[in-house]
Design a protein around this ligand. Structure first.
Ligand code: PSU
Ligand code: MN
Length: 313
């Protein structure tokens, strides 16, 4: 893939030729994040997942746009070599919104979280974004104030984010409360229950449910055409055959949280540590589920981007 040397959207953004061409023609594009590659899964499963997800989006009739910052340049659409670099380079920084200017100014490599990916996708004009799991209110967050910027970004930026919900490493109930306060619609896709990433259930209901990509696209149009700015959280449960029941995950997550506290890990390092520890404790089973749910989200994301790009009836 050749990469464009022009700057068609924003002078600081670099779009791949494939993504620039699709956007210019009004064809469907799906944004993909990169923290999930660099800090969310071990090498080499992470790069295999990243390539496979791009292929699923293509097979679904949309153009994938994996987003990251390389040598200080925010890039929308990556080459296979760039995916490999993000997956294997130990020095890649986890970049949320607050980190973007630092990584750009110091010309380093950064993998973007949900929040940072949403912001860069919106700057490029992309409205559909696929990830695995959202950040949220951490357990004890009412005291530590450890609340992911993913939530504030969902409150502010016009992008629909497809995830498999929120892991119970977070406080799911408080995360849903904050999303309500921020005016973010949380839509269950084919479900009445908010999913908890590895599991289809969480014990929390979703405030609204839709069952087709066309209905989701209609809701995106309704929201933004009314000037109701901000994101939409589409909660897409992991397929039943790939789920790990929440009763099984509860003990694993409790162990990972205890290990995290014992090691004194804080701030932005908490989520990557917990994800890695859960893979270790489950002997890789959690990684298989994680990859399966990202695939499932990519299929829905492509269908949603296609429905949103189609003229509304
Ligand atoms: N949850 C996952 N996998 C991930 C993440 C969350 O199952 O890779 C990443 C996402 O990039 C998410 C970020 O945006 O962690 C949230 O980190 P924090 O809590 O520091 O905002
Ligand atoms: Mn945090």
């Amino acid at each position: 893939m050749t990469l464009s040397t022009t700057t068609p959207v924003h002078p600081l953004l670099q779009l791949s030729e494939e993504v620039a061409g699709a956007l210019a023609a009004g064809r469907p594009v799906v944004a993909l994040e990169s923290t999930i590659i660099s800090h969310g899964m071990p090498y080499p499963d992470n790069v295999a997942m990243a390539q496979e997800v791009e292929q699923i989006v293509r097979d679904g009739g949309a153009t994938p746009a994996t987003i990251a910052i390389l040598d200080g340049i925010p890039r929308i659409g990556l080459s296979p070599d760039q995916l490999e670099l993000l997956a294997s380079d130990e020095g890649v920084i986890k970049v949320s919104v607050r980190d973007i200017p630092y990584v750009v100014a110091t010309r380093t490599h950064g993998a973007t979280t949900v929040a940072a990916t949403m912001r860069l996708a919106a700057l490029a004009g992309i409205r559909v974004f696929v990830t695995g799991g959202l950040g949220g209110v951490h357990q004890g967050g009412q005291d530590t104030m450890d609340v992911s910027a993913d939530l504030t970004e969902l409150g502010a930026t016009d992008v629909a984010v497809i995830s498999a919900g929120v892991k119970s490493i977070l406080d799911i109930g408080r995360t849903l409360e904050v999303l309500e306060t921020l005016g973010v619609p949380v839509v269950g896709y084919g479900t009445d229950e908010f999913p908890s990433f590895f599991s289809r259930s969480s014990g929390h209901r979703v405030p609204m449910r839709l069952d087709t990509p066309e209905q989701l696209a209609a809701m995106m149009r309704a929201k933004w055409e009314l000037g109701l700015s901000g994101g939409i959280s589409v909660a897409n449960p992991v397929p039943a055959e790939d789920e790990i029941p929440s009763e099984e995950m509860d003990g694993v997550i409790a162990q990972a949280l205890a290990d995290c506290a014992a090691r004194g890990i804080t701030g932005k390092d908490i989520t990557p540590y917990l994800l890695g520890r859960i893979v270790e404790i489950t002997g890789g089973a959690s990684l298989r589920t994680n990859i399966a749910l990202v695939r499932n989200n990519a299929r829905l994301g492509a269908a949603l981007a296609v429905a949103f790009a189609a003229p509304s009836s």
